[in-house]
Design a protein around this ligand. Structure first.
Ligand code: PMV
Length: 307
């Protein structure tokens, strides 16, 4: 079935928009899209089951889901023939919470259009097309979500460069914990851009410090040094907090996760809400952090990579 991967950013969100590297882990095949051909004269439809959203690519505006409708029209626009589809998506991610759901949905929808025509595009083409989808939502995406949604795995991403795959040593266990609050990625990216305009030296210093942490974290992953990786994630969090991307709720969740034994914890994705990402110590460590998060009434998503 056509699919797109979700992602969590281990380190490097926001500074990646400004040319620094980011390290990310895919949530493999987190979005899948099935399709049925529709008779000519109809419009392509998209149903996203867990969000209870139904839209079509026709001319009648859907006020509630205007951006998604626009993105679907963009995707449809890449396919010159007029064959219309009924698309149905399943999503195993917190939506709009820093797990890359919109890029994953875009990649899965594009692959569905391809598969329906029996003419699969190369991944590089899917990546480029999915950027056009993502721009509908985010204006100025770095491309990290789209690269992860397309290629999956663990990767080091830099704007304008191909995704460099990273091979972790040992099994890495992460929990993405949904704060329940939502923010607009576009607004959070603009908030950081404003800080860069107001005090360029300070913002650039923070971006450069985060970039150093990203390179160290890549080495820690490759060496299997999970304690170091956790410490680096927490240091990244301090810079994200300095950029006003955390919230009191995320701080409370972070303190709780660390008290329950997490090796490191940070805001992941755009911040201002969305998910906390915790690195946990083995299966037992994971269950301890999961229990602590459930006690706060939070929804928890497992993310794993490595061997
Ligand atoms: O869309 P989110 O919340 O997963 O965040 C994407 C990561 C950012 O660095 C904040 C934005 C970007 O385009 O890289």
């Amino acid at each position: 079935m056509p699919y797109g991967h979700g992602k969590v950013i281990l380190l490097g969100e926001h500074s990646v928009v400004h040319g620094r590297p980011a390290l990310a882990v895919a949530v493999e095949r987190a979005v899948e899209v099935s399709f049925e051909p529709l008779p000519s004269g109809s419009h392509t439809t998209l149903h996203v089951a867990p969000w209870d959203v139904s839209i079509d690519s026709g001319p009648t505006p859907c006020a509630e889901h205007a951006q998604l409708q626009q993105a679907l029209r963009v995707a449809r626009g890449f396919y010159a023939d007029q064959r219309e589809l009924a698309l149905s998506a399943t999503v195993r991610l917190a939506g709009g919470a820093g797990m890359g759901s919109s890029a994953a949905l875009g990649v899965a929808v594009l692959r569905a259009f391809d598969e329906a025509r029996d003419r699969p595009q190369r991944d590089d083409e899917i990546y480029e097309r999915s950027l056009a989808w993502e721009r509908v939502f985010h204006g100025n995406p770095s491309g990290v979500d789209n690269a992860m949604a397309t290629y999956g795995g663990v990767g080091l991403f830099r704007r304008g460069e191909p995704l460099a795959k990273v091979a972790p040593h040992g099994r890495i266990r992460l929990l993405a914990v949904d704060s329940g609050a939502r923010s607009s990625t576009k607004e959070m990216v603009e908030l950081v851009a404003q800080q860069l305009a107001d005090d360029p030296d300070r913002a650039r210093r923070l971006f450069d410090e985060i970039a150093e942490l990203v390179w160290e974290a890549k080495r820690a992953l490759e060496l299997g040094d999970q304690r170091l990786l956790g410490a680096l994630m927490s240091q990244n969090h301090e810079r994200l907090r300095a950029l006003e991307l955390s919230t009191p709720e995320l701080e409370k969740m972070r303190t709780t996760a660390l008290s329950a034994g997490a090796l490191g914890a940070k805001v992941t994705g755009a911040g201002g809400g969305g998910c906390l990402l915790a690195l946990v110590d083995g299966d037992q460590g994971r269950e301890a952090v999961r229990r602590a998060m459930h006690a706060l009434d939070k929804q928890v998503y497992d993310v794993e990579c490595g061997t």
